[in-house]
Unconditional design. Structure first.
Length: 161
């Protein structure tokens, strides 16, 4: 959990279990970015097709890997990278939207750090480079709004894709 301070999201309609799920989703942010970048440099070899003979001709086919997955390793890698980048984008969108409530200054870097690192708000408040330019109460309110927005974006994304 990124913060030792309990977060109250009852007013936002988010249960404790849902909050924990969203929290751990956010803690994977850096790993998802690294994995997506690594997939760009992954060398993929196409498996040798299985062959069969019919009518005097030889045919080659790629056998499926089961459970409805594609047998094309390049397409599978691209799909995995898309999923990772979509998750990263959802987190960044939610942080951006929650940061908008603060007129005149940006809390984007500090809010992003607070929700994507184990140190959470304490780490963001302690680091002079990422300290939010607002009061603690306003920052906590932005963080609560972030989790609500993230839940909405994840649910919307699950319905469309």
């Amino acid at each position: 959990m990124p913060s030792t301070r309990p977060i109250k999201l009852d007013d936002w309609g988010i249960s404790w279990e849902e909050y924990k799920e969203l929290t751990y989703f956010c803690l994977q942010y850096d790993q998802k970015k690294r994995d997506a970048a690594a997939l760009l440099t992954t060398r993929i070899s196409t498996p040798t097709p299985a062959t069969y003979h019919k009518g005097g001709k030889e045919y080659g086919v790629f056998l499926p890997h089961g459970s409805g997955q594609t047998s094309d390793p390049v397409a599978a890698t691209a799909a995995k990278r898309d999923r990772l980048l979509r998750d990263v984008h959802i987190i960044e969108q939610a942080v951006m939207a929650a940061s908008r409530i603060n007129n005149g200054y940006s809390i984007y870097p500090s809010l992003l750090r607070a929700v994507t690192t184990r140190g959470g708000v304490q780490a963001a408040m302690a680091d002079p480079d990422s300290r939010p330019p607002c009061g603690k109460n306003e920052f906590y309110e932005a963080r609560r709004k972030f989790f609500w927005i993230l839940r909405e974006l994840k649910n919307e994304n699950a319905q469309t894709g």
